[in-house]
Design a binder for this molecule. Structure first.
Ligand code: ATP
Ligand code: MG
Length: 443
């Protein structure tokens, strides 16, 4: 496709008028409408674009709404008090309405357009765009987007859908296709490989063969992506209801290794089957919880992914003579540090994750007074869920998990009896000291 520079003829987009598509004002977020109309009233173009349009056309509920405009970020800020400019790579305006964020992006120009404007667009040796703040027209903006189905614009002026890239046909065919030359587009931004997987699983779309082909080979380019960005992508991949499908697809395309190198290593040299089973069950559980609108935390996901590397490291340290708890502490620190060099792992998640791991040691020794103390630990519930996963994966006995299930369900008095039964000496000392004294019994 050569729609660039001065060589191109003006490109005529397909315009799908209002009655021929299902988008109406009624299914767009009122806040997004507010932004669109304020831009329009100030004399700017404003179009809904990206996932919002794509999902509405598919009859799905959009996660969020993105807007493309010819207003520059500073212009947008002038129009909206509740506006924040963000991003280095692409400068974007976020218009904030309570918890809802409407992302407003200025039309971007095509790469070839700006050779004489190199200050504003930087490409590194791998062909990766590290800064991209060159503004263009709507047509150019369309070709800068990643997939054809993500480059459909809903025009607030006449309620039509504008399609420069054949996105409508691909949408109807269930096809995910990169715009332009796939290898170049992946090199410009390797995260597009992760996005390809994420959209394919979420929408149930196939990757176009040309879009699919370069991925295996280019997957290692993810190694150059800043850890913070990989963390954001990991959340989108695993906290959106398609964790299992994404995990499997990422492994298939060799994209999992660059995200979790230690885990990939453990899975490749796997001697026992449970590391893989544990992750699969963990992903399945996560998806189920999201479907049931129960909370999920990245701490638990990380705990699942990194468990096998931590176990192996801890075993090694124990073999070198460390006490089990100490070995687990050290193994955790090492694995966290290595993982964090690839993908950000904020302390608010790594701390609870460590606790989940440490509690496994205590949960493995069921019975006795200390069981009661574990029960009141703030991280007990997560650690217990984790133990059940290990049971399902065959790493610990299912009975162990069952014991903790029963123990929690017991009435507090019954629980007392359970712990006294299982550590009678301590139990008697506390509960029956005076009686024991009176009767003169030796303890
Ligand atoms: P989601 O449902 O996850 O929000 P989305 O398609 O809206 O999906 P966003 O990350 O919100 O994805 O991005 C909005 C739009 O911006 C995309 O649809 C796409 O057109 C464009 N875009 C986002 N990331 C890239 C990228 N890395 N390269 C090119 N275009 C991108
Ligand atoms: Mg979006």
């Amino acid at each position: 496709m050569s729609h660039t520079g001065s060589t191109i003829k003006p490109i005529e987009p397909a315009v799908i008028p209002r009655p021929q598509h299902p988008i109406s004002r009624a299914n767009i977020s009122p806040n997004a409408l507010k932004v669109l109309y304020r831009l329009k009233d100030a004399g700017y173009q404003g179009h809904l674009v990206g996932g919002g349009v794509r999902d509405l056309l598919l009859g799905r509920e959009p996660k969020d709404f993105d807007i493309a405009t010819d207003a520059h970020p500073e212009d947008v800020r002038r129009l909206f008090r509740n506006c924040r400019l963000i991003g280095r790579r692409f400068r974007l305006a976020h218009v904030l309405f309570g918890r809802e964020v409407i992302e407003v992006a200025t039309f971007r120009a095509l790469q070839e357009e700006v050779q004489d404007n190199s200050k504003e667009r930087h490409v590194d040796e791998e062909g990766r765009i590290v800064r991209d703040n060159v503004y263009g027209s709507l047509a150019e903006d369309a070709f800068r987007r990643d997939f054809t189905v993500n480059a459909l614009y809903y025009n607030i002026k006449d309620f039509s859908v504008i399609d420069y890239v054949g996105g409508m046909d691909d949408l109807n065919a269930g096809m995910l296709r990169l715009i332009g030359d796939p290898e170049t587009r992946y090199r410009e931004d390797p995260v597009r490989m992760l996005r390809a997987v994420r959209f394919a699983t979420k929408l149930g779309f196939r990757l176009h063969p040309d879009t699919e082909r370069p991925v295996n080979e280019l997957a290692p380019l993810l190694g150059d992506i800043p850890p913070a960005r990989l963390f954001d992508e990991m959340l989108k991949l695993f906290m959106g209801g398609y964790a299992l499908a994404n995990f499997e697809a990422l492994r298939h395309y060799k994209l999992f290794g660059p995200l979790f190198p230690l885990t990939e290593q453990a899975l490749t040299h796997e001697e026992e089957h449970f590391p893989l089973t544990l992750i699969s069950h963990g992903m399945e559980n996560t998806d189920r919880r999201i479907e049931q609108e129960k909370p999920v935390t990245p701490a638990f996901l990380f705990a699942v992914f990194l468990w096998q590397p931590v176990r192996e490291r801890a075993r090694q340290l124990e073999a070198e003579g460390q006490h089990p708890a100490q070995a687990m502490q050290h193994a955790s620190s090492q694995v966290i540090a290595e993982q964090a060099s690839v993908m950000a792992l904020p302390r608010r998640y790594s701390l609870p994750m460590r606790e989940i791991w440490m509690l496994q040691l205590r949960l493995e020794r069921k019975g006795g007074r200390r069981s009661l103390r574990v029960l009141s630990h703030p991280r007990f519930r997560a650690a217990y869920d984790f133990l059940l996963l290990r049971g399902e994966a065959g790493e610990v006995s299912v009975e162990l998990g069952q014991w903790w299930t029963d123990f929690q369900e017991q009435h507090p008095e019954e629980r007392e009896q359970t712990v006294s039964r299982q550590s009678p000496r301590k139990g008697r000392r506390r509960g029956g000291r005076s009686r024991a004294r009176k009767s003169g019994a030796a303890i």
